[in-house]
Ligand binder design. Sequence first.
Ligand SMILES: [Zn+2]
Length: 420
Amino acid sequence: MVRRIGPGRLPEGSAQPELLKDLNRALVLGLAQKERVFSRAEIARQSGLSKVTTSAIVDELIQAGLLRELGTGQSNGGRPPQLVEYLPSARLAIGVQYAHREVIAVATDLDATPVLQLSRPVTNASSESVLAAVVAIVRELLASLTREHVLGVGFASPGLVDLEQGVVNLAIDVGWRDVPAARILSDQLGLPVMVANRGKTAALAEQWCAGEPGVEHLIYVSLGTGIAAGIVHGNTLYLGATSSAGELGHVTIDPNGPVCECGNRGCLHVYASEDAIVRRARELTRNRPIGPLAEKIDGDVRSINADAVIDAALLGDPAAIQAIEEAGAYVGIALANVVNLFNPDLIVIGGPTSRAGAALLESIERKVRRRALTVPGRHVRIILSRLGNRAGAIGGAILVLREVNRLIFSNDQRPSPVIS
Ligand SMILES: [Zn+2]
C-alpha cells in the first residue's frame, strides 16, 4: 500500500514556527504510518529531525491516540529501544459516492481500509434528493461508529467540481448546476466535508491501494453511462486549470461521427458509453438472433440493457462480446493518445462496464499496444479495477485522510482545497 500523510519535506524559507511544527508532525506521522512499529531514534534518523523534536512529536501523537508505547525491543548491542506502534484504527474517515442511481458509503481507518460499508438506491437524481440520501447514509454509518473518531466526510460527486469551494459547478448527466455540496452536507452533518469528482477520487483510491510504491503516474478510467478519467501524475491528482482534466468521454474519435450530448461530433462517449454498447448489441442481436442474449429477450431487442449485455458477454454470447470489444477498441484508441501524452505506469479500468472483464480489457489493451508509441506503450500496464464500485467512495475517504494532520491538530476546521 502506498501511504502518505501530509507533505514529506519543508518548503524553502518556511520560518513560521506553527507551520514548521505542522510539517514536522506530518513528516513523523507519515513515517510512523509506513514503519508501523519503530523507535524514536529510527524516526529521527529517517526524518532528519533532532531526537528531541522527534520525541516531542511522538509524545504528541501518543497523546492524540495515533501511536502507543509497545515496550522494549531487541537490543543491537546498546540500550534496548523503546518501541512505539502506529494505530490505524485511531481515527476514521467517511467517503460517499453517488453514481448509477446509488449512494455507496464507506467508513475507513487511517490506512483507507474500509471497516463499514452501506449502499442505498436513489431514484431521484436531483441534487436535493441525492444530498439528502448522502446525509441519511452518513448518519446511518455514524450510528455504528464512535463519532469523536470520525475526521470528516469526502463526497465523490458527478460532474465538474470546484474543489476550493466544494461546489459542483456542472453535472450534465444529472442536471446539477452550481450546487454548494460541501456547505449543505457540512451544515447538516456537523463535520468537515470535502468534495471532488468521483473519477478523480477513484483514481486516488486506486493509487493509494495499488500496493506498489513505484506507481506514481496512474490513469483511472470509469466506463459506464459516462466515461471519465482521473489522472494521478507524480503522486498528485492532476486537476487542470478549472478542475476539468480527465473528460475522456469527450475526446474526438471521429470528427464526422454522430453528434454527442456535449454538442461536438464523434466523441468517445458516442462509441463506448453504456448507451452505445446497448445500441450496438441490439443491432447485432436483431441481425443475428442466436446466443444467450437473443434467447433471454424473446425477440424484443428493446429489452436489452447494459447489464444484460455484460451478463451475456460473460456467458460467451457472440453479439454481446462483439459490442463490448468494439467499445473497448474505441476506448483503447483514446487511451493510446493518453499514454503518449502522460506516459503513465498504470491504467486502471473501472466503472460498471468493467464488469465485462477480459473481453473488454483485452480489446483495450490490443489497441493501446498497437497505437501508442513504443516506449510509453510497452511500459504501461492496464488492469481492471481492484476496488470495484466502491473505488469512488474509498477515494472520498482518502480526501479526508490526506488532511489527517490538519483535521486533528489544527484549530482551522474548514474544509481545505488541498488534496494533492
Ligand atoms: Zn461529447
